[in-house]
Write a protein of this length. Structure first.
Length: 206
């Protein structure tokens, strides 16, 4: 499975935690955080590649651990949380489908896209000028034009890892493909393109 390309970054915490650093040190800090996310843990050589004797504030963010490696505890914790969340989503999806293999799961989403005929429960009081604002659907959630547009775009984003692509398919299924298309106000040609992208992606992944 591909490495998870993302991790949560709490921007306020980052700004507060780097308040005593120079702009150059902040750059070194975020670079080392990204490197840790990719490698899990850092070596002394990794730190020496970026830090000088003057970068004490940055070095303190990556203390040496019992195993002899250096890493930022917050980044480590957030990476583990992200991994556990992704695995739990995958596990839940597997249980719901009685352990059907991934190819069949993915193909089922494509079939749902082709066959879905559910109606969209749109509040009739929303006027045309607010068509891109939030619209209430029968999935008991409020989905905005922007969210629907982004989710459909993700289905054709070839840079997404397989696990994230599967998550996008699952979210699409929970809302409904036809509903998303109406909310995003996309054309028939765009709908056809999305279906084609998903079909190709599923075949390539399997």
């Amino acid at each position: 499975m591909a490495k998870d390309p993302a991790v949560l970054l709490y921007t306020q915490d980052f700004l507060v935690g780097t308040i005593t650093m120079t702009n150059e040190q902040r750059g070194k800090y975020i670079t080392l955080l990204c490197l840790q996310h990719q490698k899990q843990k850092l070596t002394l050589k990794d730190l020496q590649m970026y830090l000088t004797d003057e970068d004490v504030d940055v070095a303190e963010k990556f203390p040496i651990q019992a195993d002899g490696f250096y890493y930022n505890q917050r980044m480590y914790d957030e990476s583990i949380k992200r991994k556990n969340y992704t695995e739990s989503r995958r596990s839940n999806r597997t249980k719901k489908t009685n352990d059907i293999d991934v190819k069949k799961i993915s193909q089922s989403y494509v079939n749902r896209m082709e066959n879905e005929n559910e109606d969209v429960n749109v509040n009739e009081t929303v006027n045309d000028n607010k068509a891109k604002d939030e619209v209430e659907t029968s999935s008991y959630s409020t989905i905005s034009y922007t969210v629907a547009k982004k989710l459909l775009a993700d289905l054709c984003d070839w840079s997404l890892s397989f696990s994230m692509f599967e998550e996008a398919l699952e979210e699409m299924n929970s809302i409904g493909f036809d509903k998303l298309c109406v909310l995003a106000q996309i054309t028939d040609n765009e709908i056809a393109k999305i279906k084609e992208c998903v079909s190709i992606r599923v075949e390539q992944q399997n």
